[in-house]
Design a protein around this ligand. Structure first.
Ligand code: FES
Length: 377
């Protein structure tokens, strides 16, 4: 069945891959260090104009760390004037009170700050910065003072999952409107470090139970705070409708202008178009890469005949590629997939994790050596 193509409602502007932190679960590509030619301010304006004309309404500014871009306020103001709902996805590094005020003036509507852990020492060790926790804490307070709706995001993994109660306490203290307790999704750097980051099933069950207890307390106490708990694919039996379907509503533009149906797709052996050379509407409607996994013609027989294909769209293409080497295969998360054993092997390995010291942190040196390793495979 050929798909009717929807509108790219959600635009993710990855302004830069530069970042002062070094999280071992960063979702940027392993070879991020080789992409240096960032789009200019004017080129981003042009992307926003085109996306708005095509019906995009939500705009996320992310990276890397988007605050590294000194033109961020200018970009936010332009997008706001074009009618986008704007959201800043940041580590908080590089934020100051003056910038928070300027971004407010520019029309920024929403801020998401990520923490690494509730414990400052663990937080700073994961981030690779002695002052990261202090900075994030101060900035979260200021974001609330400036009356932004605030999301606090914690990537949950083996190194912090047993402190889930302290994490939620911290979020309540900081008056977060929404808390994302997102168990690590294994793409980019996280996939390289899966053996040190994937929690055990027992840890996930405990963390979810504690989150549910907090939800109850929060409701009883009349506190306005929404807790979102995201279970990792590796403990599911059915795949998620990743990105709400390939090329359905999400459009990511990477720092160098490469357009992607999902921010993790760059690792695939697919030639993705670039906004520097191709109009956005041609990319969205006509390009081979965006049409590649629309509809169900591309699916293996097993998925074609599955009644769930209308719900999960065959699962995650990046995961199928990373685990089986072919993005057209069924997502191995699916219990019916002939590759499901790969997921089961990872679950078993999670019982004997690699230690913290062996995590591969995101930095240019590791980027180079891991990229070379991948090339030589
Ligand atoms: Fe790329 Fe799922 S992360 S399709």
């Amino acid at each position: 069945m050929t798909a009717t193509v929807g509108l790219p409602l959600w635009l993710l502007a990855e302004l830069t891959y530069r970042c002062p932190l070094q999280c071992p679960y960063c979702s940027n590509p392993i070879d991020y260090a080789q992409y240096k030619e960032e789009l200019t301010t004017q080129e981003w304006f042009d992307v926003f104009d085109q996306a708005r004309q095509m019906g995009a309404v939500q705009l996320g500014f992310s990276g890397g760390e988007p605050l590294v871009r000194q033109d961020l306020e200018e970009l936010v103001a332009y997008a706001h004037n074009q009618g986008f709902y704007t959201n800043l996805i940041t580590s908080g590094m590089g934020l100051t009170e003056a910038r928070i005020a300027r971004l407010k003036e520019a029309g920024l509507q929403h801020i998401q700050i990520s923490f690494q852990a509730s414990d400052p020492t663990v937080n700073n060790a994961l981030a690779g910065s002695k002052h990261a926790f202090e900075q994030k804490y101060e900035m979260s307070r200021l974001v609330k003072q400036y009356d932004y709706p605030m999301v606090l995001n914690f990537v949950i993994h083996r190194q912090n999952i047993d402190q889930i109660d302290q994490i939620i306490d911290l979020c309540l203290e900081l008056e977060a409107d929404t808390v994302e307790l997102a168990i690590c999704q294994f793409y980019g750097w996280a996939f390289e470090n899966i053996e040190g980051l994937l929690p055990t099933k027992a840890q996930v069950v405990r963390a979810e139970r504690i989150t549910n207890e907090y939800r109850k307390q929060i409701e009883e106490r009349g506190i306005k705070c929404k807790l979102i708990f995201v279970v990792p694919d590796y403990y599911e039996e059915r795949p998620k409708p990743c990105m709400d379907g390939w090329g359905k509503i999400f459009l990511t533009v990477a720092p160098d202008g490469t357009a992607l149906p999902c921010h993790a797709a760059r690792q695939m052996p697919i030639q993705f178009p670039n906004v520097r050379h191709t109009p956005l509407s041609d990319i969205w409607y006509e390009s081979t890469s965006f049409n590649q996994f629309r509809g169900d013609d591309w699916m293996p027989d097993m998925c074609q005949s599955c009644p769930d294909k209308e719900r999960d769209y065959g699962g995650c293409r990046c995961q199928a590629f990373m685990l089986t080497g072919d993005a057209k295969n069924a997502d191995p998360v699916c219990g019916k997939s002939p590759y499901h054993y790969l997921i089961e092997e990872v679950r078993i390995n999670s019982e004997t994790p690699v230690p913290f010291e062996e995590l591969r942190f995101r930095n240019p040196k590791n980027s180079k050596s891991l990229s070379n390793k991948q090339l030589n495979k």
